[in-house]
Ligand binder design. Structure first.
Ligand code: FEO
Length: 391
């Protein structure tokens, strides 16, 4: 059973999970993860976040090795996703005097997670909580990466408990970035941003702005290394990765073509569009969906072309469409096209999916039978030009 001091008064009481291979179904975690929880030995003893259910017994033992759970006054819940909240029920049984401190949204979520009553304090953005000899300050950061999320700043120690913000799925019991070395977990730090934070770039920027005035000595995230070396470096990376796009409008045409007919349509659409915006054409069979993430995100307009195979669009197109939940997709304009031989369902099915994703379908789908004729290709150019001018 390992705990580790960050300072005289703050102790890591989290869990190591080196075996974890996939997080939230989609995120590969080849280096495992940690669930970081922190114990603050203030006059009013406080725990910040908890751990995943599987590690609850060990977590309670760690607390008991430092304090009597009945003496704990507060549990700060920065975010309620189950990897941080599923030990709360048990903790409340061991520590009945706890008041749960959180945002209003987190409080509402916790009622549904715990399905029982609990004592609570709802904090507003900028509120403080007196721990006797120390003070916590709370900053709401909604959509880092849930609507419930806040940061907690321990003023006397200059520690920022940032929950999923600045996290990495990287397990190393040495815990601190200066010992682990950034070059060893930098890939996981970026991957975490890409999968978890990237769909909310505007909200990330708002949150970064809010903590600009804080004098931070250590960032204490909920997963992976604790960051105490050149804290600004990590904040600057978040600024860089969440920066808004600059420059010319762009559209990307993604296609999957069996015999080159849908590809010909893609090229004609691109030709029609290219006088109005930057155009990129991608064969979706050439890369993994994740590798198209930058093109999806940096394009104001996206067109999907698929051949019809057994009355459906082809699998690489469906996989690519699943990437919209990993990017900031709001406001993007989209359309579909494709060549077919018998029935041509692919275009309609893609359009239905795009509508289901609440994207803005600006042109009705364009279809051509087998080899596109000269007239078909002229229609493609017109389709591309109309789409591009709508951006
Ligand atoms: Fe680590 Fe959003 O939970």
């Amino acid at each position: 059973m390992m705990t580790k001091n960050l300072t005289d008064k703050v102790i890591w009481i989290g869990a190591l999970n080196p075996q974890l291979k996939v997080f939230d179904i989609v995120l590969r975690t080849e280096n495992g993860t940690t669930y970081n929880s922190y114990l603050i030995l203030a006059d009013k003893i406080t725990v910040v976040d908890t751990v995943f259910r599987k590690f609850t017994d060990d977590f309670i033992d760690k607390i008991k090795s430092h304090v009597n759970p009945k003496d704990i006054s507060y549990l700060v819940v920065n975010h309620t996703e189950m990897d941080h909240s599923s030990a709360i029920g048990r903790l409340l049984k061991e520590a009945p005097n706890i008041k749960i401190v959180s945002t209003k949204t987190a409080n509402m979520f916790l009622k549904e997670i715990l399905n029982s009553d609990f004592d609570s304090i709802i904090v507003k953005d900028g509120d403080s909580l007196d721990l006797g000899n120390m003070r916590l300050k709370f900053t709401w950061v909604p959509f880092w990466h849930w609507p419930d999320t806040m940061f907690t700043y321990l003023e006397e120690e200059r520690l920022l408990f940032s929950c999923d913000g600045f996290s990495s799925h990287y397990c190393d019991e040495r815990l601190f970035d200066d010992v682990i070395k950034f070059e060893n977990f930098s890939g996981d730090f970026e991957l975490y941003f890409d999968f978890i934070m990237r769909p909310y770039k505007a909200k990330i920027r708002e949150g970064l702005k809010k903590i600009e005035g804080l004098d931070i000595k250590i960032i204490c995230p909920s997963h992976g290394p604790i960051l105490r070396t050149d804290v600004k470096k990590y904040i600057d990376l978040y600024y860089k990765w969440s920066a808004p796009k600059e420059g010319k409008k762009k559209m990307t045409i993604f296609y999957a073509s069996v015999y080159g007919n849908t590809k010909r349509m893609a090229e004609a659409i691109g030709e029609g569009a290219s006088q109005f915006c930057e155009v990129k054409i991608c064969d979706v069979t050439e890369k993994e969906p994740e590798e198209f993430r930058d093109d999806l995100e940096s394009s104001e307009g996206i067109i999907f072309g698929s051949a019809t195979l057994n009355a459906d669009a082809v699998k690489p197109i469906w996989c690519l469409l699943s990437m919209f939940s990993h990017i900031e997709a709001k406001g993007k304009k989209v359309a579909a096209f494709g060549s077919y031989g018998w029935s041509g369902e692919a275009v309609k099915l893609i359009e239905e999916r795009l509508n289901g994703l609440r994207l803005n379908v600006v042109e009705s789908g364009l279809k051509a039978v087998f080899t596109p004729t000269r007239a078909d290709l002229d229609r493609c150019k017109e389709f591309g030009a109309n789409f591009a001018t709508s951006l």
